[in-house]
Design a protein around this ligand. Structure first.
Ligand code: NAD
Length: 604
């Protein structure tokens, strides 16, 4: 290429280095095309220089200075009322942000060990048995102690919520929405402290903790904006003589039962959506992360949610959780968690009892057995890091995490070789250290369960990779099995840890059949360069969230409404436009407007 140019440069006395890819033809061509694209891209220095868009000094400047001078992300600035914009994650590439996070972690660690009472009808109830919550990376470190609610407390919380309902239902939507937005602002202003608590109590690496906080903020702001829209009655049909509208009314009293893996975001979502819709809520966080639940309760109270409208009831699921689900005065259950618990809740809620006011509504989000298909022509430079992060980010403890890699025949051996080689690039360790990607699993029970599934996997399939886990803390090493068959337990059951089963498929027909061959339908994905294959995936991969040519985790509020079907959930999409309707009844109002006049208002 450009022989004249090279010659001229040599004649001018410059040194010229010529690159020449050596090896297989197709990867070589791909490399060449990529270099051409890079060199002609908008950001490429060659183009910028030739077009005179930057000076030599600017081009040679230290990029660290450019990062420091970057403008404030858009989402941190005010934006037009009535619109929603996602919160921006912290940019840890900036040294100042890393310093702030380190300082916040130290401040958080210095304040651990507090006692967190129940809150019913605005009153703190402190004289209960306390349960310690610990850091999964260092189980000797106590994060705090939460008061364990009793059945009597559950009864009192239902009574408080029922009593608060009429006034809260009548509170203008604008006031309710503003409270959520205030809560979002509070969370934003305390982001570093909240991140620290998530890192310590849930074992989340920095980026994951920060993403969790962003999502909680987004839920508050998004549901506030959406509820304002729903508050306006909609004309169903415009006909002469009749005003016909549909409007929404809240369901009543509900219980929000959350898992530990998104201890702030999911809990916040399950609570604030029904609240802004005008319902009263009993918040039951997961046992493992109840301190974060207590902090969220404080934030929502500070934001203005009145006493009784929201009640904080930490406790054991099978004990107060089950009692609340079956309570005849509970009108809805907003649940996210395992399939075993979710299906039990669904069943219990379906049984009506004498004196029950409403048929119970269950919003139920459960587990997954998520698959990513690697087509023969997939770009492995993209597919491998995306697969690694989807599988091992936050130690695979996301309902969306990748647990089945389905690789097509022609590329199978090559893919495995590169994927396995890349596995060891993921740092395992204490999530309080900024470089960690794979932290601990949540508790000793989870560790034991995942290790026993790994032991079973060793009997069923071939262990292809296992990382090194630290000795202290509840760690499970990232583990990869190959030669997995669809009937193996590791290919069927949700594992909820850093374990990947790799299956081989002859063609896309077989790959899609494998994807659809489990009980779950949560997330899934395909890496392919073929438009036809991408089109087929949309029609033939039956999952709630389908991701094409990207990782399969990391749903963003509004942009990626999240949730599955089959045994993964009831089809409600958290962070989607229809979500609030789960907590509302539709009502139609029809008025004859053919009258000649109205009676004047009575004189006061
Ligand atoms: P879990 O089902 O064990 O617990 C979830 C909640 O249910 C906890 O608050 C627990 O106390 C409560 N609970 C337990 N037994 C109960 C009962 N009998 N009645 C009422 N409540 C009860 O789940 P987990 O271990 O906390 O979370 C992990 C699971 O959550 C995984 O299966 C994961 O896939 C799923 N998850 C799903 C989504 C989604 O959006 N689909 C998101 C996150 C997590």
């Amino acid at each position: 290429m450009a022989d004249e140019l090279k010659l001229s440069l040599l004649q001018m006395g410059h040194r010229v280095r010529e690159y020449c890819p050596v090896g297989e033809l197709l990867p070589g061509m791909a490399y060449l095309v990529r270099r051409l694209l890079e060199n002609t891209s908008n950001e490429g220095f060659l183009r910028i220089k030739n077009m005179g868009e930057a000076t030599k000094d600017q081009l040679l400047g230290n990029p660290v200075h450019a990062i420091a001078a970057a403008p404030e992300p858009l989402a941190r600035k005010p934006h037009p009322a009535g619109t929603f914009l996602n919160a921006a994650n912290t940019d840890y590439a900036q040294a100042a942000n890393r310093d702030k996070q380190r300082a916040a972690l130290a401040a958080c660690a210095a304040k651990l060990g507090q006692k967190w009472p129940l809150i019913i009808n605005g009153k703190k109830i402190a004289d209960r048995e306390y349960v310690a919550s610990v850091n999964p990376a260092q189980p000797s470190q106590i994060i705090g102690h939460w008061a364990r609610a009793t059945i009597g407390d559950a009864e009192a919380a239902v009574a408080a919520a029922s009593a608060a309902f009429p006034k809260w239902r009548a509170t203008p939507v604008e006031d309710r929405a503003k409270m959520l937005e205030r809560a979002a602002d509070l969370m934003e202003s305390r982001r570093m402290a909240l991140n620290s608590l998530l890192i310590l109590e849930a074992g989340k690496p920095w980026l994951e903790a920060d993403g969790d906080v962003s999502e909680a903020i987004d839920f508050c702001r998004f549901y506030a904006v959406e509820m304002r829209k729903l508050a306006k009655p909609v004309v169903t049909q415009a006909v002469p003589g009749e005003r016909c509208v549909q409007a929404w009314t809240p369901r009543g009293v509900g219980v929000a039962i959350a898992p530990w893996n998104f201890p702030l975001a999911i809990l916040a979502g399950l609570v604030v959506a029904p609240l802004v819709a005008g319902n009263c809520v009993i918040m039951k966080p997961a046992e493992q992360t109840s301190v974060i639940g207590a902090v969220l309760m404080d934030i929502l109270t500070e934001a203005g949610i009145p006493a009784g409208v929201l009640n904080f009831l930490p406790g054991y699921g099978e004990d107060i959780g089950a009692h609340l689900v079956g309570h005849k005065q509970v009108d809805f259950i907003a649940f996210t968690g395992s399939r075993a618990v979710g299906t039990k809740i669904w069943e219990t809620a379906g049984r009506t009892q004498p004196g029950q006011a409403n048929l119970k509504k269950v919003v139920c989000e459960m587990g997954g057995k998520n698959a990513l298909v690697i087509d023969n022509d997939a770009d492995l430079d993209e597919a491998i890091p995306a697969a690694l992060y989807s599988a091992f980010g936050f130690s695979g403890q996301k309902c969306s995490a990748l647990s089945r890699l389905i690789v097509l025949d022609e590329v199978y051996d090559h893919f495995i070789e590169r994927f396995i080689a890349a596995c060891s690039s993921f740092p395992i360790g204490d999530p309080a250290l900024p470089g960690t990607i794979v932290g601990p699993v949540i508790d000793a029970d989870a560790q034991k369960k995942i290790l026993s599934i790994i032991a079973q996997g060793k009997q069923e399939a071939k262990l292809a990779y296992q990382g090194q886990a630290p000795a202290e803390g509840w760690f499970v090493p990232p583990t990869v099995f190959v030669n997995v068959k669809p009937e193996h337990a590791i290919a069927r059951e949700e594992i909820f840890g850093p374990v990947v089963a790799i299956l081989r498929a002859k063609n896309l027909d077989e790959a899609f059949a494998l994807v659809n061959g489990t009980d779950y339908a949560l997330t899934g994905g395909l890496f392919s360069r073929s438009p036809k294959a991408l089109e087929r995936a949309q029609a033939e991969m039956f999952v709630g969230n389908l991701y094409l040519n990207r990782g399969i985790t990391g749903a963003i509020v509004e942009r990626h409404p999240f949730g599955g079907f089959k045994m993964s959930g009831g089809g409600t999409k958290a962070g989607g436009k229809e979500y609030l309707q789960n907590f509302l009844f539709p009502r139609a109002v029809v008025e004859n407007v053919m009258r000649r006049g109205f009676t004047p208002p009575e004189e006061a």
